[in-house]
Design a protein around this ligand. Structure first.
Ligand code: NAD
Length: 363
């Protein structure tokens, strides 16, 4: 089905409003989840609503929370999200990093115990909009999903990594990905009847490669909430030994160094840790020179002859911008299964789903 951005945002906002989140926080949750859909990352969009509500009810996510400053100086801050929504804690932490980098040239911000921070590229975009370069290492305590290179047992979270690089006169370069072959949300999308997984994204306990979401979730029926704790298999780390190594660094930097906790061992409370670096380009020299060299290099990079006829070399961030432009015009497509699960959550909150009309019911 297809739904216009404003109706989808209103529906998500009203769901969280009816679960005790403030007007402002409900608005932020809706805004950032829908923005993930707009960039094409449906895995980190509104499909998360039923799970967020379940975690709100179980006390895993704390509504209307603000972050606590554990320690800080001019260029560093250690922040505790106190399990508040990532859509509230994330922008608060980024603002602190941006302010310090704006004043001192660079800043390092260690964020621990944030509830799900969603699409990490969002935070790199926020810094890039303010003219700052940023690098983000993220992990998820309480979420062992990924087998390291050479192993079958889950040891890592999907541990995303993001870099934002603003270039004056053109859109910023935004690299943002999970260090797993696919983000868990993409397995969830596939389990809910959405886009199928690439072959070999998952691994069975006997080492067989798989693209079947049951490898991760075990048995589930139509309408069930797939639960990764029920499956025996794992997602594979991306990029063989190199991706597995980057994932390990995300766990160490975002989990151990920030104090948020690594993916294991043992059962931990679900939260994101994020170690972020912010840099002000003018601190490194002439901003005009840096922008001109970056422009020249980007053109050179993109001018590589396409590997396939009609193909094109894209910059990280370009696919997201194109999808955003398209979906803002045409509406957000959702699988019928994902939509049904959101509607069930809305009805459970005594909302009348008819008040949020869809553009088309077609799958
Ligand atoms: P992905 O595999 O779609 O990769 C996205 C990156 O690759 C983007 O930078 C994109 O611009 C770039 N890209 C895509 N196609 C390209 C092309 N043809 N040419 C050049 N660049 C291209 O992303 P993913 O690994 O599935 O991650 C999805 C999202 O999940 C990310 O936003 C990530 O932050 C988020 N995530 C969040 C958490 C969390 O705990 N909060 C955990 C895992 C993932």
């Amino acid at each position: 089905m297809l739904i216009a951005v404003d109706n989808l945002e209103r529906l998500v906002r009203d769901i969280f409003r009816s679960h005790g989140c403030s007007e402002a926080e409900s608005g932020r949750i809706a805004l950032y989840l829908v923005r993930a859909n707009l960039t094409g990352h449906d895995s980190h969009g509104v499909i998360r609503v039923p799970r967020y509500v379940a975690w709100l009810r179980s006390g895993e996510f704390v509504p209307n929370q603000s972050l606590a400053v554990v320690s800080e100086n001019a260029t560093m801050a250690v922040l505790d999200g106190q399990y508040g929504f990532g859509q509230s804690i994330g922008p608060e932490a980024v603002q602190i990093g941006m302010r310090k980098a704006g004043e001192s040239g660079a800043a390092i911000v260690a964020l621990r115990h944030s509830a799900h921070l969603g699409r990490i590229g969002e935070w790199a975009e926020m810094a890039a909009e303010a003219g700052l370069v940023s690098v983000h290492f993220v992990n998820v305590a309480g979420s062992q999903l990924v087998a390291p290179f050479g192993g079958v047992d889950r040891r890592l979270s999907t541990a995303p990594f993001a870099v934002g690089f603003p270039v004056r006169g053109r859109d910023p370069v935004i690299l943002d990905f999970a260090t797993s072959a696919v983000a868990e949300g993409k397995v969830l999308v596939a389990a809910r009847g959405g886009k199928a997984l690439p072959e070999g994204s998952l691994i069975e306990p006997d080492g067989q490669l798989s693209a079947d979401p049951h490898t991760l979730y075990g048995p589930y029926g139509e309408g069930d909430a797939p639960d990764y704790k029920r499956g025996q298999g794992a997602i594979r780390a991306f990029g063989e030994h190199k991706g597995s190594g980057l994932a390990l660094m995300c766990e160490l930097l975002a989990g151990a160094l920030t104090g948020s906790g690594c993916a294991g061992p043992g059962q931990k409370r679900f939260c994101n840790g994020m170690l972020s670096f912010y840099m002000k380009p003018s601190f490194f020299g002439s901003e005009a020179d840096y922008a001109a060299e970056a422009q020249r290099y980007i053109e050179f990079f993109k001018s590589s002859r396409p590997a396939k006829p009609g193909g094109e070399v894209l910059l990280p961030g370009e696919p997201e911008r194109r999808t955003r432009a398209e979906r803002l015009k045409q509406g957000v497509p959702l699988s019928n299964d994902a939509w049904r699960a959101i509607c069930a959550t809305a009805e459970d909150a005594k909302l009348e789903v008819g008040r949020y009309p869809v553009l088309s019911d077609a799958a």
